[in-house]
Design a protein around this ligand. Sequence first.
Ligand SMILES: [Zn+2]
Length: 382
Amino acid sequence: MVDREIIVNAGYVLRGKEFDVIERAHIVIRRDRIASIERGWASNSDYHFPKGIVLPGLVNAHIHAGDYSFQEAGLELSFEEIVGSPDSLKHRLLRTLPKQRIINGIKSVLEYSIRIGVLVLADFRENGLEGIQLGLEASKGLPVHYLVFARPSRGEEDPRKLVEHAHGIGLPTPLGFSKEYLRHIRENVHDKRIATHVGELAEYAEREFRLAVEVLDADFIVHGTHLKREHIEELAEKDKGIILCPRANSWFAVGIPPVDAVLKYNLKTGLGTDNAGWIKPDLWRELEYTWNILRLKHFRVDPKRLLSIVTYEAASLLGLEDYGVVGEDYEASFIVLDSESMGFQFSHNPLASIVKRGGGEHILAVFFKGNLVYSPRRLSVS
Ligand SMILES: [Zn+2]
């Protein structure tokens, strides 16, 4: 491999974990890493984005991409009838639709994600080994971190076998598995993440929480919609993370997650778009909506924190420690937004504007591991 440097000039760079806004800077990339970020534009740059805003690629920390191939199915049904296991509409469709259609659906989600600047997805794939394989087939060759969390079917599959091919284990709920099997997962899965849905419905929240924390000893939980302040405090004490999916919770009318408590107790947090069959997998929308909920709860938050939960904080929770920061020695996976189309020059608070107004429509370029992997054709308007 030629150890060539690539230099990217940009109007603004959101540098480091603090997202310091540096005007007129250039990024030096060596192999797949960021070697340095320097003030001023380089005369020998490979890419020049005078109106561009460079920030890390986003992380969609919880999705079911397989649902994408049956969008808006069964809208008249209840939450349990539509996505509850195992006889719900979703699971029937996943079992009966042609596999190629599911693969095509997942691939579409990944390509869409890249185009809007989401470069990490944690896909909670259903149907054990077969489900993992469909996901890996769909993601083959795409410039994105596609992390499969495997779902064992009712304690019949060896978790070690599953994580040979998957990034971790992702249970639909710890209920329905024996305590022995939950312990078996913990004892046999090393160096991979263990996660489970918890507390999406109020009636199961307490039992799911206890099993997730005390028996499965999950690294992070998903949803926590009906967890109370004490639960969140306990998660913080035990250094467990949480992935919130507020838009999905609203759509399925299960409740509003305790985002305020999660941030107050400083849990390591991520956001996810959840079921791609019913929720547009657009993390920018999730980001804005999360802030709206916090405002409704009269909880003040620095937009920096919101940016961190869709970048390095979520990446770390998922086990990617060198992703999600535009900083030295981090992976050179970042996106460039168009400051002009965003009206960025009118902003009194640049980071707040990115949280509230960022979106796929403003993407100028997407870099993954040092390579330019996407740039929309810009038509001039005159
Ligand atoms: Zn889910």
